[in-house]
Design a protein around this ligand. Structure first.
Ligand SMILES: [Zn+2]
Length: 314
């Protein structure tokens, strides 16, 4: 009896193996990337533009925080916390809030998906009116839109193999909320986060991080950014290969000059991190012309669907 049972077991196991081998490989297990909807992401941009200016210390800043939290709650994300702190490097102290939403918090393998939600206080590069408000459709509403739509799809999909921390950083545009318009520009939110990394990762650092900024431009062309290639070469290669398969026109393999952003602090903390950005945004960059009509659902979809594929890699 026993050997027979064993033999029978072996035979059914062999059949199972044969069956598995005859099926196509589950290359991108369990995620339907077509669920990622560019028009929904566009609606998130439109909503944020109603709060402009969204720079620190302005009413629109708080309204943006409230909006992000409300949208995460709508997607059913329950593990959402705010890391709040005061920055005292300015004459008037600034209150900052990093928002952290965790999916599958029990999974020890963590991947950070980041963006920033603060925007600059005025359109300092505007030739006609440098005091005008900057709508910030691309810089910074597009990154927030990307993460919010990703949150919705993830919560409706089977669990990915990694735990994901969506982080909406504050203060990327620096203490004066002028971004590159301030010669002493430096992000504030992401360096604070990495200083307190143990609060979120007491046992094990995140495996990697990807940071998004300026990802909605029509006919987007994403090039690997030099500091990312240096810090996380394998991750950049993988992301760009997945992207080129989904949206060949949106991904170029030509490496561009180094750009500092929130991935910089994450890299300095020893987390292999890369930036996804289309920084070629003239003549609109940080002007009053960074408006909704410069964005497209197709561009957002190219980036969002690539991100989904990337998060479901084994
Ligand atoms: Zn930005």
């Amino acid at each position: 009896m026993r050997p027979a049972v064993k033999l029978q077991h072996f035979r059914s196991l062999a059949m199972a193996v044969a069956l598995v081998l005859s099926l196509p490989p589950p290359a991108h297990a369990d995620v339907d990337v077509s669920l990622w909807d560019g028009s929904r992401a566009m609606a998130h941009i439109e909503a944020q533009l109603r709060f402009t200016p969204r720079s620190m210390d302005m009413p629109g800043h708080q309204r943006t925080i409230d909006y992000i939290k409300a949208e995460l709650a709508k997607s059913g994300l329950t593990s959402v916390t705010t890391q709040d702190f005061v920055y005292r490097g300015t004459s008037k102290p600034l209150a900052l809030f990093n928002i952290i939403a965790r999916l599958n918090p029990e999974n020890p393998r963590r991947v950070i998906v980041a963006t920033h939600y603060d925007s600059i206080i005025r359109a300092y590069r505007d030739a006609r009116n440098p005091q005008a408000a900057m709508p910030g459709a691309n810089n910074s509403a597009s990154g927030v839109a990307l993460l919010l739509e990703t949150a919705r799809v993830l919560s409706a999909s089977p669990q990915p193999p990694v735990g994901i921390d969506l982080i909406f950083f504050d203060g990327e545009e620096g203490p004066k909320s002028l971004g590159a318009g301030d010669p002493d520009w430096h992000p504030i939110g992401s360096p604070h986060f990495v200083e307190h990394l143990n609060d979120y990762y007491p046992n094990r650092k995140p495996d990697k991080a990807v940071d998004f900024d300026m990802v909605c431009k029509k006919d987007i062309l994403l090039m690997p950014e030099a500091s990312s290639v240096k810090a996380a070469p394998a991750e950049v290669k993988t992301f760009w290969e997945l992207g080129a398969a989904i949206a060949p026109k949106a991904f170029s393999s030509k490496i561009t000059y180094p750009i500092s952003d929130d991935h910089t602090a994450l890299n300095e903390a020893g987390i292999p991190s890369f930036l996804v950005i289309d920084f070629e945004y003239e003549p609109y960059f940080n002007t009053s012309q960074d408006t909704f009509d410069k964005c497209s659902a197709e561009s957002l979809e190219a980036v969002g669907r690539t991100l989904l594929r990337y998060l479901y890699l084994p």
